[in-house]
Design a binder for this molecule. Structure first.
Ligand SMILES: Cc1cc2nc3c(=O)[nH]c(=O)nc-3n(C[C@H](O)[C@H](O)[C@H](O)COP(=O)(O)OP(=O)(O)OC[C@H]3O[C@@H](n4cnc5c(N)ncnc54)[C@H](O)[C@@H]3O)c2cc1C
Length: 536
């Protein structure tokens, strides 16, 4: 029997991405996935700027962009309408890439631009990348049946889904459950999930309709269309483009006992949302519940969970896959560090400490909070009751939504040094160019013409922009003594590099700032810094 360093249960996008993250670091891992083929439902389309950074570091960002189904120049942009898509009350949102705050664009804060493609295409790109990595073993058509913790590892009991249906045992130092909403691994750990249940049953319909596309021409090219319908109590009716001019998905609330056979009823709901009749050919009809569930903890000791196994919520804002992939990036380097021996005893615990509150706030404050706020808004404002008040409120609703104020960060985490007093990981912060401990590093052009993102190492990176040599040497020596992988990037503070507001910036392997300062004062200070950021 081969023993692996990590066993991954579940090979959806999150499991495969974890295999890539670990495989690139040379960690041996076995991934067990029940199915051979990827599911063809076009969900998980909206990939944020940050997610594309992950694909850059996974060395398949060009492949991902090439897998896009929409034409290259088709904007990733949404529209919202009040009542139905035929209404006069519209918000024609700018493409995400053009969102500006004063002189800045949201693009300025990331090394990559966002993208839009169906999840099955994303998964194919990840599968192809995983297949290039010798330390990754992918076992499709195998189902994990149970896990058994052992003194120095975990046993995963697996059954093959193909004849002769043999059982096998995988032994590993760690196991990560990327096994979706009904996670076996989460259940085995007895981890509970909590969150707001908004009560609605939602349909997900995938369909073809050239007519719908033609009838929405007045919106100009868009990728999503959302209806704020007073009759639906804050639950969205939402059309998403899959293939321009051809295929779509729709989700919206339906009566609780709706079955996939009730196509006329489902079509009538879609026509109510559109505000006009249109021809439809259904390809898939499924259902989901409008609720948020976030695991109380993301694991312990040798068993961890990531992706939908850890958090589940409505696809509003397209957060599920993006967050699952951020989980992978956070957990991946920590597992690698602990396996290689330079990660301390608190490092893996910091995965829950950092990622759980971020998702909790996304679920509760952004998604459930957004639905509940819209419910209240719909009760307060109506064009029939008071047109002037409604029109003002509708305009204000557009102005309240800004991506600059959504800034997932780990300030206050136990492995971040120099956080503001009382800070805690969460999403309520603002984008900034300053290198702030616990926050995502903004990109920056170096005097070589390359971007700092192109120079980041696979371990920690010390950016030394105009810093004194003694400070740099102290940190480098401490890293070498503790066997912490560290790359130093030296430059001056010209051409905007002073925007980091610190001469020394220690960047984690997941591109978050671990520490920022102008000097490192002593060997002891360097030692304590390196110990803390590696979880000792
Ligand atoms: C309509 C819709 C639209 C969405 N839109 C977006 C969006 O725009 N952006 C976004 O970020 N997210 C979106 N999402 C969410 C996104 O699709 C999910 O968050 C994503 O699929 C989670 O990936 P995962 O790998 O964690 O879980 P899954 O995709 O559920 O994969 C889990 C895998 O584990 C396997 N598995 C389970 N148990 C076992 C076992 N015991 N043994 C072996 N294998 C097992 C399963 O076969 C499966 O392949 C959307 C979701 C829906 C429904």
């Amino acid at each position: 029997m081969t023993r692996y360093q990590v066993a991954i249960v579940g090979g959806g996008p999150v499991g495969i991405a974890l295999a890539v993250e670990l495989g690139q670091r040379g960690v041996t891992c076995a991934l067990v996935e029940r199915h051979r083929d990827v599911g063809r439902i076009p969900k998980g389309q909206n990939l944020q700027h940050r997610t594309l950074e992950h694909f850059y570091f996974w060395h398949c960002v060009d492949e991902l962009r090439a897998a896009r189904l929409m034409p290259k120049d088709h904007p990733i942009a949404g529209a919202s309408a009040y009542g139905s898509l035929s209404s006069d009350y519209l918000h024609l949102g700018r493409p995400m890439r053009d969102t500006r705050l004063g002189e800045f664009s949201i693009n300025d804060f990331f090394f990559e631009l966002n993208e839009r493609l169906p999840q099955y295409r994303t998964e194919e790109v990840l599968r192809a990348r995983a297949a290039q990595l010798p330390s990754v073993t992918v076992m499709f058509e195998n189902t994990a049946k149970s896990i058994e913790p052992e003194a120095d590892g975990v046993r995963v009991n697996v059954s093959s889904e193909i004849w002769p249906y043999e059982d096998l045992v995988i032994e590993a130092d760690y196991v990560v459950g990327c096994d979706g909403a009904r996670s076996l691994v989460r259940t085995a750990l007895g981890i509970e999930r909590h969150g707001t249940d908004l009560g609605d049953r939602m349909v997900l319909a995938v369909f073809s309709s050239a007519e719908l596309y033609e009838k929405l021409e007045r919106f100009g090219p868009r990728s999503t269309y959302r209806v704020v319908n007073p009759a639906k109590n804050g639950a969205w009716q939402f059309f998403g483009v899959v293939e321009v001019g051809k295929t779509w998905f729709y989700h919206g609330p339906v009566k609780p006992d709706t079955t996939p056979q009730e196509v006329d009823y489902i079509k009538s709901e879609m026509e109510e949302a559109a505000g006009f009749p249109f021809e439809v050919e259904f390809e898939h009809i499924g259902f989901w519940n409008l609720k948020i569930e976030v695991a109380d903890t993301y694991g312990e000791d040798r068993v961890w969970i990531a992706g939908d196994a850890a958090h589940l919520h409505p696809p509003y804002g397209g957060q599920g896959l993006n967050n699952g992939l951020e989980d992978v990036t956070n957990l991946g380097w920590k597992l690698d560090a602990v396996i290689k021996g330079w990660g301390g005893p608190n490092l893996l615990e910091s995965y829950t400490e950092e990622r759980q509150p971020v998702f909790s706030q996304i679920g509760e404050d952004m998604i459930a909070g957004g639905i509940l706020r819209e419910r209240e808004w719909l009760k307060l404002h109506s064009p029939e009751r008071d047109l002037a008040d409604f029109e003002k409120a509708w305009d204000d609703l557009d102005r309240t939504q800004t991506p600059f104020e959504f800034e997932p960060n780990f300030e206050g985490s136990s492995i971040v040094v120099g956080s503001a007093p009382g800070a805690k990981p969460g999403i309520h912060s603002e984008r900034a160019f300053a290198a702030r401990p616990g926050h995502h590093l903004a990109p920056q052009v170096l005097s070589s013409g390359r971007n700092v993102y192109e120079e980041l190492g696979v371990g920690f990176t010390l950016l030394a922009f105009g810093a004194d040599d003694d400070s740099v040497t102290l940190i480098e020596q401490s890293a070498a003594e503790a066997a912490v992988p560290l790359k130093t990037v030296r430059d001056d503070q010209a051409d905007g590099r002073a925007k980091f507001e610190s001469k020394l910036v220690l960047v984690r392997p997941d591109q978050f700032v671990a520490w920022a300062n102008d000097r490192c004062e002593s060997p002891d200070a360097a030692k304590v810094l390196l110990e803390q950021v590696t979880g000792h």
